[in-house]
Design a protein around this ligand. Structure first.
Ligand code: 8DG
Ligand code: MG
Length: 141
């Protein structure tokens, strides 16, 4: 049986030369490093979803939320095959002094800021796909 593709919103939250990543506890991509994010709810804008998911998962408030790109991945080998469309939004901290909290310890081992030139591995597959395609997490300006 096939199910419909799932829409996720992932947030590239950059602070200086670092980006916020967390090691996943969820079954899809278990133990891989991923951006904060989650599923788009009915009627929600990408910006609202990005702000809501970052708040729910890390306690952080974000601003300057902008669409950047999209990935399309099929996890056909998973116990429950999954087709993921992820919309990537870039954002900055509303308050640079705020510290990320592990608000959902059942979903994530913890959040931290990682040097963009030395990202932890393994990365969550959609994020790996994105970077392999030449996408830079850090804007050129
Ligand atoms: P929710 O049910 O609480 O709304 O969502 P969640 O439990 O936080 O979902 P998630 O697995 O963190 O992410 C939502 C979807 O987005 C999921 O199907 C995977 C997809 N996704 C990507 N790339 C990324 C990424 O880099 N980070 C996150 N968090 N999700 C991503 O395809
Ligand atoms: Mg999530």
């Amino acid at each position: 049986m096939t199910s419909a593709p799932v829409i996720g919103v992932a947030v590239i939250l950059v602070k200086g030369d670092t980006v916020l990543l967390g090691r996943r506890r969820s079954s899809i991509g278990h133990n891989t490093y991923a951006l904060p994010g989650g599923h788009l709810e009915f009627g929600e804008s990408f910006e609202k979803c990005a702000a809501r998911e970052v708040k729910e998962e890390t306690g952080l408030d974000i601003k300057d939320i902008q669409y950047v790109t999209v990935t399309n991945d099929v996890f056909s080998e998973a116990a429950k095959p999954l087709h993921l469309v992820a919309v990537y939004m870039r954002a900055t901290l509303a308050n640079p002094d705020q510290i990320p909290q592990t608000v959902e310890p059942d979903k994530c081992y913890g959040w931290d800021w990682y040097d963009g030139k030395n990202l932890p591995r393994p990365l969550f597959r959609p994020l790996e796909t994105l970077l392999k395609g030449g996408f830079s997490l850090f804007p050129l300006i």
